[in-house]
Design a binder for this molecule. Sequence first.
Ligand code: SAM
Length: 241
Amino acid sequence: MKPEQPRLYSELASWFHLLTAPSSYVEEAEFARKTLVEASTTPIRTMLELGSGGGNNAFHLKAHFAMTLTDLSLQMLARSRTINPECEHIQGDMRTLRLDRQFDAVFVHDAVCHLTTRTDLVASMRTACVHLNPGGVALFMPDFVRERFRPGVHQGGHDGNGRSLRYFEWIFDADPSDTTYTNDFAYMLREGNGPIRVEHDTHVMGLFSRGEWLDSLHEAGFEARMLEDPYDREVFVGVKD
Ligand SMILES: C[S@@+](CC[C@H](N)C(=O)[O-])C[C@H]1O[C@@H](n2cnc3c(N)ncnc32)[C@H](O)[C@@H]1O
């Protein structure tokens, strides 16, 4: 277990939807819905999300499926409840969560990037597998596989409820021989028309090759394949053996 989670998921969680807003997730959620439905041999009614965060994808997916949303952070679950009050929310670590029930599909979006060792990655996939009905499907959507890692910078942010956030993000790999890279964020936070407060946050992220992803999925009990999403990212679909 990593010693520290990003500040964005704890003391700064109330700002999350001003960093990344539910309205920006229409296309990504639709890609996830379509991919899961096409990979499944049976209709999908129930879906478990691991690392559901602010619930931005769930905000769109809940129109199609009964969503159970799980996350390590109580503060992030509270954020998600504000936009998804009708969904079930449960605190849990995707490496160890055991709900003793099965779902038709499991969805793991960018939260999986917070796993930085192969052991943790396989553990999260086992969690997905044990929560699936036979023939059930899982979709993992990491930001990068090693082969497509792109260092760089991004900026953005939103206004809402008397508060505004703008951010600058720097994606950097200090040691290409290990399984991590960093996303460093500078958040500029404004309440009303007041002065700006600047906060720094380092997110340590995992980086694995396409082969490691596929091998890990097989190890966890999936028939797996890679496909590309609309943003040129490689994502992974597993069907429970
Ligand atoms: C970028 S947010 C996810 C946002 C999400 N894709 C959405 O649609 O709103 C990443 C989330 O991963 C969660 N997380 C990190 N490590 C985790 C773990 N081991 N188990 C469960 N959740 C984890 C964090 O608490 C955070 O809420």
